[in-house]
Design a protein around this ligand. Structure first.
Ligand code: ATP
Length: 625
């Protein structure tokens, strides 16, 4: 998030150096192998499309021979076995028919083959997109801390799209081109080894040049996609922060930042275009040169060998001129498909990087299949249900920068606890660790006597209900925003809303529980979103309730309503409450006071006031204001 936090007021110019690293994480072959499991799922269609390549290539290779034989027939030269003894007309008719059949085969099969390949391509990209989505949503929050959303979206959309292009542009036909190349080479050697050798020799420098340009193209392509990610990240940041952008009139400044990123992107794209064009141009020149070479050497051979048993006929020479075109045709095709294939490989590389990102927080079954993990139901029925214990817990978001240090405390079942402390003391971090959004760097956290790492995440999250200050709303109706993907009957949803005194607010909405909410709940106020968050938790009936500044967005009247509902909701449940307004937590059973990641005081409100420590000074300060 460079742009928004850039401290300098000077606008960077387009010459800002790009920080994009060029990494060749996996070799092309390994990247290709990553696609194999996906291709295997559509193996039948893929196999059929590959089999169709055989008649296509053979039909293509026969055509120049037929033309050559027709010329030989007309000139009265020696012809292939099946034509000898036939009259000119008979021979020409036969050749025309065979030519017609080869054309028909190529026309019909090419269409079918192209369709099948694209079908496979779409299936593969859809499967990759699904896997990526599942993988990304399973990644730990720590990963999202360091990855801008725009970058992720680029990988999930345009990178997967670039991979899809490999199929939709017919670039997978590269197999066809290689096969055609092989068939053409074999046929040429069978017809005339000297000319064939000459033509094949020209392939080596061409291949070397292609490989060089390929390498350069690939590097430029990787960089351009990284720049595109940055571009999207900047775009996303500006759209999400549009209120701040407009209030602080940062439009011009941000436009300049955007222009600089955009310029770098275009420069990298230009490089890819240059290398792509260089390949096509080189091939064009080499193929023209090769035809000239065949014409010259072939002409010399025709005259030198005239009258000898190894005489080179005009028919064979004509076939060779056609072959020299055919030989470079697949190569030219390769060059055209080259862009898509290289982009596809870059895309697979970037997709693979994301798929290789380890899932830090796993369910116990996936790490060590020891004893059966307790479910939310068994946790609830447990003897010490609702107990929370932090044992020597330390935590750093990055490296050795500890924000929690050697925390030791126990919260008894049914106890109501408040976490208090100055800004940045680590209160929210305690909650994030308890919900297992992050893993402690050392120590362990137990709920109902079980290490949270031994529980399945879905059971832990069902067991602990969390209400944060910012109640996130998904696009959908009110009811689905309470049930959040689980199948609760409407009566249960209404019951939960009534329990939390939210029902009357929902009833006031135009279509009640069916009212459609926009993405991020832009048609609700912050307080209304918060109310929905309460109902969301109540319906899940958790044993432990965690609230991080949950009532900060509510007006006094609504807060009183929620408070009344909370008193009911919290009966027989453990609760952890973070509130900056200390007046709201006076009645809790115990207050834990944090300072710089350490637990410095613990006790009831009156006791802590009497002690005259940090809590007392914080409380008095608030009373003064
Ligand atoms: P507040 O009362 O302002 O909400 P808090 O006590 O809840 O503060 P935390 O949010 O737990 O504080 O943050 C504790 C420390 O961890 C802070 O110094 C903060 O800068 C740091 N921190 C919080 N989140 C991250 C993160 N995702 N990556 C790196 N550091 C972080």
């Amino acid at each position: 998030m460079r742009s928004a936090s850039a401290p300098s007021s000077s606008v960077p110019t387009a010459s800002t150096p790009s920080s994009v690293p060029v990494r060749t994480v996996e070799s092309d072959w390994r990247l290709f192998l990553r696609l194999v499991p996906y291709a295997r799922r559509s193996s039948k269609t893929l196999l059929l499309s590959l089999l169709l390549l055989v008649p296509l290539s053979i039909a293509g290779a026969i055509q120049p021979i037929l033309v050559g034989q027709a010329i030989s027939l007309i000139r009265g030269e020696e012809t292939i076995g099946f034509l000898t003894g036939r009259s000119l007309m008979e021979g020409l008719n036969l050749l025309t028919w065979i030519l017609f059949i080869t054309i028909a085969i190529r026309l019909a099969f090419r269409g079918i083959q192209g369709y099948l390949v694209q079908e496979v391509g779409q299936e593969i990209t859809a499967a990759i997109r699904e896997d990526l989505f599942r993988h990304v949503t399973d990644l730990a929050v720590r990963f999202f801390d360091r990855t801008p959303v725009g970058k992720l979206i680029t990988r999930l959309t345009s990178d997967v799209e670039a991979l899809g292009d490999v199929f939709s542009t017919g670039a997978i036909g590269i197999v066809n081109d290689l096969f055609s190349l092989l068939v053409v080479c074999i046929t040429m050697f069978w017809l005339q080894p000297t000319l064939a050798l000459m033509l094949v020799l020209t392939l080596f420098p061409v291949t070397a040049l292609i490989l060089y340009f390929q390498h350069q193209y690939r590097k430029a392509n990787y960089r351009s996609r990284e720049e595109l990610s940055l571009l999207n990240a900047t775009l996303q940041e500006n759209i999400l922060g549009i209120n701040v952008v407009q209030i602080f009139r940062r439009q011009r400044f941000n436009s300049e930042l955007f222009r600089a990123t955009n310029d770098r992107y275009i420069r990298e794209v230009d490089k890819t275009i240059f290398h792509d064009s260089a390949i096509s141009a080189t091939l064009e020149w080499v193929s023209l040169g090769a035809i000239a070479l065949v014409l010259w050497a072939g002409g010399v051979l025709v005259f030198k060998t005239a009258g000898t048993p190894e005489a080179l006929t005009f028919g064979t020479l004509a076939s060779f001129i056609l072959f020299s075109q055919r030989l470079f045709d697949p190569l030219r095709q390769l060059a055209e498909k080259f862009t898509a294939i290289q982009s596809g490989l870059t895309a697979v590389e970037r997709i693979a990087e994301l798929l290789n990102e380890p899932i830090e927080i796993k369910d116990p079954g996936l790490v060590q299949a020891t004893v059966q993990a307790p479910t939310a139901a068994t946790l609830k029925a447990a003897e010490r249900s609702g107990e929370i214990r932090f044992e020597d817990v330390s935590f750093a978001y990055k490296d050795q920068d500890y924000v929690l240090k050697n925390l030791n405390f126990t919260i008894q079942p049914g106890e109501k606890i408040a976490l208090v402390g100055p800004t940045g003391a680590g209160k929210s971090t305690v909650i994030r660790l308890l919900c297992r959004l992050y893993e402690p760097t050392s120590g362990q956290i137990l709920v109902s006597g079980h290490d949270i790492r031994s529980l399945r995440q879905q059971d832990l999250r069902r067991y602990i209900g969390v209400i944060l200050q910012d109640g996130f709303i998904f696009s959908g109706d009110v009811a689905s925003n309470i049930s959040l993907g689980e199948t609760y009957p409407l009566e249960k949803i209404i019951e939960a809303a009534q329990l939390t005194n939210v029902d009357s607010f929902i009833q006031q909405l135009p279509q009640g529980y069916q009212t459609l909410l926009r993405q991020r709940g832009t048609n609700l106020s912050a307080g209304q979103k918060q109310l929905l968050a309460f109902a969301r938790v109540a319906i899940r009936d958790p044993q432990i309730l965690v609230m991080d500044e949950a009532t900060a967005n509510l007006d006094v009247g609504t807060e009183a309503l929620i408070q009344e509902a909370l008193d009911r909701l919290l009966r027989n449940r453990t609760a952890i409450i973070i509130a900056h307004r200390l007046s709201t937590i006076r009645n809790v059973d115990r207050i834990l006071v944090f300072k710089q990641g350490q637990l410095v005081e613990s006790g009831r409100h009156e006791v802590l006031l009497e002690q005259g420590g940090l809590y007392a000074s914080l409380y008095r300060l608030q009373m003064l204001t």
